[in-house]
Write a protein of this length. Structure first.
Length: 255
């Protein structure tokens, strides 16, 4: 499995401890959102970048829950979250939070949504977890320590054949970009086994880690969509590249 030089990591930030905290935060936040969702027949939603880019009170509540926990347990760490959190660090560590990745699925009652939590040091992802409460799956990884689902080791697909590859992808909220992405899928589809689209980048990367799909690509991602999933897939043996590496939004990823 891939190894990372952690020579500059503070003794107070053992990657196994960070992994455990990622799991705790992701499971707790996602479980609270799931409990709230089953009590509502319909959800009130707002929009962000487009009419199809949804946000709910549960997205914000989950992010606030994680912020409060981190502020109490690791007050010197930074936090970046999808719903607006941007807390600078004094420790060298920053937490990357997507409180509900797959909000459209969450709103429409589809199962592929979850909470993604990762912690970074500079551009190095140290630990991460993704919890999908409806599927009852918790994925996690620590740098150089492997990846797991519900405690069982993950191993990615070793297939190198494009013709037989099951490929996952996703689509942006911007209509012009979606049109371009649709055209690309049309060109790719005859060359592969089939295409899958879950609606959650974090889950797609976890599916790469689990060998449920052979590859995944998408353009227009944000760092909170992918931070935990990138580490989980890499630690399961997958090759994952994204650019620009230091960007927060408008990221292109191939796994």
């Amino acid at each position: 499995m891939p190894q990372t030089d952690l020579g500059g990591l503070s003794n107070s930030a053992n990657v196994n401890d960070l992994r455990s905290l990622c799991i705790d935060l992701a499971v707790s936040a996602a479980s609270k959102a799931a409990e709230g969702r089953v009590q509502r027949a319909q959800l009130e939603t707002e929009t962000k970048s487009s009419l199809t880019d949804l946000v709910t009170e549960f997205d914000r509540a989950a992010e606030n829950f994680i912020r409060e926990r981190l502020s109490s347990q690791r007050p010197q760490d930074g936090i970046v979250g999808e719903e607006g959190l941007d807390v600078p660090n004094t420790s060298g560590l920053t937490w990357i939070i997507d409180p509900i990745d797959g909000t459209t699925n969450f709103v429409f009652g589809l199962p592929a949504w979850g909470c993604s939590v990762a912690v970074t040091q500079g551009n190095t992802i140290l630990a991460g977890a993704v919890h999908l409460p409806v599927l009852r799956e918790t994925y996690s990884a620590a740098s150089g320590r492997g990846a797991s689902i519900n405690g069982t080791e993950l191993i990615s697909s070793q297939s190198t054949s494009l013709q037989t590859a099951l490929v996952a992808t996703g689509f942006a909220y911007n209509s012009q970009r979606r049109s371009q992405q649709g055209a690309l899928v049309a060109k790719l589809l005859p060359q592969v086994r089939d295409i899958r689209r879950s609606g959650s980048a974090a889950y797609d990367l976890c599916c790469v880690a689990a060998g449920r799909v052979d590859a995944y690509y998408e353009h227009g991602l944000s760092i909170w969509d992918i931070a935990a999933g990138v580490l989980i897939a890499r630690e399961a043996g997958a090759t994952v590249e994204f650019t620009p590496e230091s960007a927060v939004t408008d990221i292109t990823l191939v796994a």
